[in-house]
Write a protein that binds this ligand. Structure first.
Ligand code: ADP
Length: 309
């Protein structure tokens, strides 16, 4: 195989009560990438399309940095060329950088005959993600590579748990096209949290994991609450409370911030409810004048998909 074309999906990190550990994979929004073997050794990014300003320089692009980490470990006697067709806006809160970092290593691994397992690919991709977020974390990378819901039990050593989810679970993503600096979103977080809040949070996280295992939609809804991060970060997201209310009135199970925002996600039982939530949030956002995108997606249990090879 000389060339592979893949779909590298968007992802939702944090998922309300699972700050920095939980994430899930989307189906209908993602980038496409072409990875090709070259006779010339090394890694090169030859094309980036999509209208966003992203560096072609390998050491400045997350796709390039993760690719270099894998390349060094594999040490093949040929090189790789990467093309990125970006659909996920950088900084939207749905794992734009993770899609690129995970996509390049997935594609290269396939062209090499899959010498590395998904945990090793996660490790390489985290090297790329680190240049976008200044720290190695896997809460977007893991769901992109493993699919479905993932829990990062530990980063060093890397331990990822795959969490099952009901087949009829859908997500609605409302992305208002405004910029929130990750540093600003981080700075808002408290250094210490009251024990009473911590107890509520780990009760909810444990309940959410149990609910996903047992297809308990009512429990997904009641557990999808974040008393630690959301009260602070939601201040940076215009219309957050009204988006949440609109989703609730349209029977969403729950709504919270995707990653560090500005995207807001809702989980829903079934496609029909997801479209009701989409329509309610669309109506609301139309009246605000802020440009936006809304996506409805089934949970993508596969992760990155091979389009052609
Ligand atoms: P998101 O909030 O959607 O997860 P991130 O904040 O993780 O997005 O990543 C966006 C940052 O990563 C931007 O500063 C962007 O310039 C940088 N970056 C570097 N390479 C890429 C890439 N291939 N795709 C997306 N962002 C990239």
């Amino acid at each position: 195989m000389e060339e592979i074309k893949i779909f590298s999906p968007g992802t939702v990190a944090n998922v309300g009560c699972g700050f920095d550990v939980l994430g899930f994979c989307l189906d209908t929004i993602g980038d496409e990438m072409v990875i090709r073997k070259t006779t010339e050794k090394g890694v090169r990014i030859s094309k980036i399309e999509g209208g966003f300003e992203l560096p072609l320089e390998v050491t400045k692009n997350v796709a390039g940095v993760s690719a270099l980490a894998l390349y060094e470990a594999a040490s093949p006697n040929f090189g790789f060329e990467i093309e990125i067709y970006k659909a996920i806006k950088p900084g939207s809160g749905i794992g734009s950088s993770a899609a690129s970092a995970a996509g390049s290593v997935f594609g290269m691994n396939s062209l090499l005959g899959n010498p590395f397992d998904t945990h090793q690919l996660t490790y390489f991709a985290m090297k790329g993600e680190a240049i976008a977020s200044k720290s190695e974390h896997a809460d977007n990378i893991a769901p992109a590579l493993f699919g479905g819901f993932t829990l990062v039990k530990s980063t060093h050593p890397l331990e990822i748990l795959q969490i099952p989810s009901p087949s009829d679970l859908y997500a609605v993503i409302a992305h208002q096209k405004i910029e929130i600096k990750t540093s600003e979103a981080r700075a808002l977080l408290p250094n210490e949290i009251p024990l009473a809040d911590a107890i509520i949070q780990w009760s909810n996280l444990g309940s959410l994991i149990h609910a996903l295992h047992t297809n308990n939609f009512a429990l997904i809804g009641s557990a999808l609450k974040d008393v630690i991060v959301e009260p602070h970060r939601s201040q940076l997201i215009p219309n957050f409370q009204t988006l949440k209310t609109a989703a609730h009135e349209a029977n969403a199970l729950g709504t919270s911030i995707s990653g560090s925002g500005p995207s807001v996600f809702s989980l829903c039982q079934g496609k029909a409810v997801a479209h009701d939530v989409e329509n309610a949030q669309k109506e609301l956002l139309k009246s605000t004048g802020i440009p936006f995108d809304i996506y409805v997606s089934k949970i993508n249990t596969q992760g990155i998909k091979i389009l052609t090879q």
